[in-house]
Design a protein around this ligand. Structure first.
Ligand SMILES: [Fe+2]
Length: 425
């Protein structure tokens, strides 16, 4: 179960770098639980800002440091003593001043006697984080630092270009599809072509992706790292998301992650939230390199290429979390029945957590209902020709209002490269 966090204070976490671009991490090693490392943090006091909380924590740590940039707000869900706990966190990046106390290598800021056995702290070189033998949270810490503080040393740039001038990463799909897989793709393409929509069940898609239940569980954990969408003109605070784009060429078998950009839709496409540049956080490296993501794009890409007879696509990737509670209905489709202004839109269910509702439907422009389906299992997926049909998803509410409730989906849109300014609400 997930512990309800109705009265839970917001937390501040401090990512503090020393003169050698090392970050201070605290090791947690409670009995019978796997050890992990995290940023130092504290609950915020009533009325306390993230920066004030950060300065208070720095004082406790004996550090003299200055916040660098605005705090990053995110929601994290983690397991503690067998239960899932949800935290709202503000992460503040700081640079250590020369006045800090010198702990020496592996130094300790708290008296060892004050810490449970096995806990401690350490300055970690950023470049060492990816090869840490124990989990480090947040998983994309090196990326966060790199995004906020360009020029820090020791962080290898791998798969996440963050500016237009940076080189995109190119990776290829090397494996051949088996005959059975080709039959499944042909069937999907035939139905999508004939009917304008197709549902891939979890079992079939899992076989195409080589995904087992633990893979879906791992994939779902990336949804704990989505960021609140603050552009909602209906005032809702129920949507969390990130955004990334790829260039896909199913002819040359090349998939290229594109540099991160802001996201724009015209008002004529998105009457609720369009008409402005919206800056969503990029996909985390952990998500972008998850073993499920790339095969999923290839499966979908092969289907839509077969339907459309073209090889090149701009693929827009939108992980979404819609939350709901006793106080707030969650709206997966706040604009009502609609189309997204792309060529093909695909919706993959990643998780349903303590919810009712979230029923998907497909409509003609005349309002005729062609399909009603509730995506229930991780891996259930609806694929639509967005030009031909409209779609809708009913609001969600909690089954148990005392518990955290959310619907996690991955929307993947396909548009021709020259047409890549449309997309999700
Ligand atoms: Fe939509």
């Amino acid at each position: 179960m997930i512990i309800p966090r109705g009265g839970e204070p917001r937390h501040v976490r401090v990512a503090v770098l020393d003169e050698q671009d090392r970050v201070l991490l605290v090791r947690h090693a409670r009995p019978a639980e796997p050890a992990f490392w995290s940023l130092p943090g504290r609950p915020l006091r009533a009325g306390e800002s993230a920066v004030d909380g950060c300065l208070r924590l720095l004082g406790e740590l004996g550090l003299t440091a200055s916040p660098a940039g605005a705090p990053l707000r995110r929601t994290v869900t983690f397991e503690r003593s067998g239960e899932l706990v949800r935290h709202e966190q503000d992460i503040v990046l700081c640079r250590c001043g020369a006045g800090r106390r010198s702990p020496g290598e592996g130094g300790r800021w708290w008296p060892p006697a004050a810490l449970p056995s096995g806990e401690g702290d350490r300055w970690w070189p950023l470049a060492a984080l990816p090869s840490a033998t124990e989990p480090v949270y947040p998983r994309d810490l090196a990326d966060l630092v790199r995004e906020w503080m360009p020029g820090v040393s020791g962080v290898p740039r791998t798969r996440t270009p963050s500016a237009a001038s940076e080189e995109s990463q190119v990776y290829r799909h090397g494996s051949e599809r088996r005959a059975g897989e080709m039959d499944a793709l042909r069937h999907a393409a035939h139905e999508l072509s004939q009917d304008g929509n197709h549902v891939m069940g979890s079992a079939g898609l899992s076989e195409l992706l080589g995904a087992r239940p633990p893979d879906w569980q791992r994939f779902a954990r990336h949804w704990e790292e989505l960021i609140l969408d603050t552009y909602m003109r209906d005032g809702g605070t129920y949507r969390y998301r990130r955004f990334g784009q790829y260039d896909l060429d199913t002819g040359t078998r090349t998939l290229t992650r594109l540099p991160h950009t802001s996201y724009r839709q015209e008002l004529s496409v998105n009457t609720l939230n369009g008409g402005i540049d919206r800056k969503f956080e990029p996909l985390t490296d952990g998500f972008a390199t998850d073993p499920l993501l790339e095969p999923l794009i290839w499966v979908l890409g092969d289907v839509v290429s077969a339907v459309e007879g073209i090889d090149r696509w701009c693929v827009q990737v939108h992980p979404f979390r819609i939350i709901t509670s006793a106080e707030q209905v969650g709206k997966p489709a706040p604009q009502g029945r609609h189309r997204d202004g792309v060529t093909f839109v695909t919706s993959l269910l990643v998780n349903r957590i303590n919810i009712v509702g979230g029923e998907s439907s497909v409509h003609t422009d005349d309002g005729e209902v062609l399909r009603v389906v509730t995506l229930e299992q991780p891996g259930d997926q609806l694929v639509l020709d967005d030009r031909r049909l409209q779609h809708y998803v009913t609001p969600i509410e909690p089954l148990d209002p005392q518990r955290f409730a959310a619907r996690d989906v991955l929307i993947v849109d396909f548009v021709p490269p020259a047409d890549a300014t449309k997309g999700q609400p």
